[in-house]
Design a protein around this ligand. Sequence first.
Ligand code: ATP
Ligand code: LTN
Length: 326
Amino acid sequence: MEKVLTGIQPSGALTLGNYIGAIKQMLKYQDMYESYIFIADMHAITIPQDPIKLRENIRSLLAIYLASGVDPKKNTIFLQSENIYHANVSWILECLTPYGELGRMTQFKDKKEKNANFSAGLLTYPVLMASDILLYDVDFVPVGKDQKQHVELARNIAERVNKKYGEIFKVPLPLIPHDGAKICDLVDPTRKMSKSSDNPKGVIYLLDDEKTIRKKIMSATTDSEMRVVYDMENKPGISNLINIYTSLSNLTIKDVEEKYKDSNYGTFKNDVADLVVSVLTPIQEKYYKLLESAELDKILDAGIEKTTSIAKEKYELLKEKVGLYR
Ligand code: ATP
Ligand code: LTN
């Protein structure tokens, strides 16, 4: 069976963008492929994190996965930092990756602007991501549009290493969702909705209560035209709401335009809010039950046992090919 692997960083409260761009894809692929899902905690520390908050976020992310419907019987679920081979392989791959290639990554260029003292880890971040992927010989890597460049880098690294040392890694493909590939901020719809945003009004968090969700959607930035029509360039606010609506329903963009052709923005926004609340409420109910459960630790224990033995084998092969043995 073909394999998929994906992960999310526990770098803050998860957003509707993470749900639509990442978690919904996991739910789809868990029934189609052998699936590996992890918590990218080592990626989270590429920017400063409070240790107590980080630990909470790790547990919270796992509970969100499960509450959203990620099934531990269908997926191997693990914590990245518990598998020592990810960082070990990353070191070898870093030594085989030109510095210039990493400096060109869009996310690195964006994130370094936000912190003058940015860490070296922020630069090498995509190589750790490449090792996450390449350790497991996966066929596909489901990610949002913003991570496509990193998966392409992982492909380049795999091809380069295979060419130099012989077949070691499988070269994977990114899987990008069509609708909702990029959910945007509600206040500034030209920007990605992001968990590390500094304005919470533009971001729907998965654990926001109903009143907050409704308020944020009703105040979302739109335009003065009063036509529910998809046009990302000239009407980014309304197009973003259409994207959210289609991603959470079975409707296409055309269906939504047709359905709301005689409606004002208030009616449309109200329906978007109803839909978001109806998707998030059951997830929240399950989440709060799961958070304290011992089940969470059992799932990670099983995941680390399985992934350690797979990753160890790949690491030993890579070391041998590179000449790291006595
Ligand atoms: P940060 O703000 O910490 O960079 P983020 O909210 O951008 O975080 P990530 O942890 O980088 O989220 O991403 C987790 C997954 O969610 C990735 O697959 C990413 O592509 C997807 N994702 C994140 N934000 C969005 C969004 N706004 N729309 C669609 N997909 C998204
Ligand atoms: N960088 C990704 C998280 C991530 C990932 C991965 C996704 C780390 N390693 C491997 C897919 C495959 C992010 O920020 N979304």
